[in-house]
Design a protein. Structure first.
Length: 52
């Protein structure tokens, strides 16, 4: 399981609605909406999670 970086929902990597690769890391999303939010500003979500 992976955590959607936008909404923090747990997502089964095999059933993810969408994925994005950022800095060589694959991120999994519960919906296309979360992927779109992430793709607009991926650093916002990656940096937010790393600083917590």
């Amino acid at each position: 399981m992976a955590k959607d970086p936008v909404c923090d929902m747990m997502v089964d990597e095999k059933k993810a609605a969408a994925t994005s690769v950022y800095n060589g890391v694959t991120y999994y999303f519960c919906s296309k909406h979360c992927k779109m939010e992430f793709d607009e500003n991926p650093a916002k979500y990656v940096e937010d999670k790393q600083s917590k």
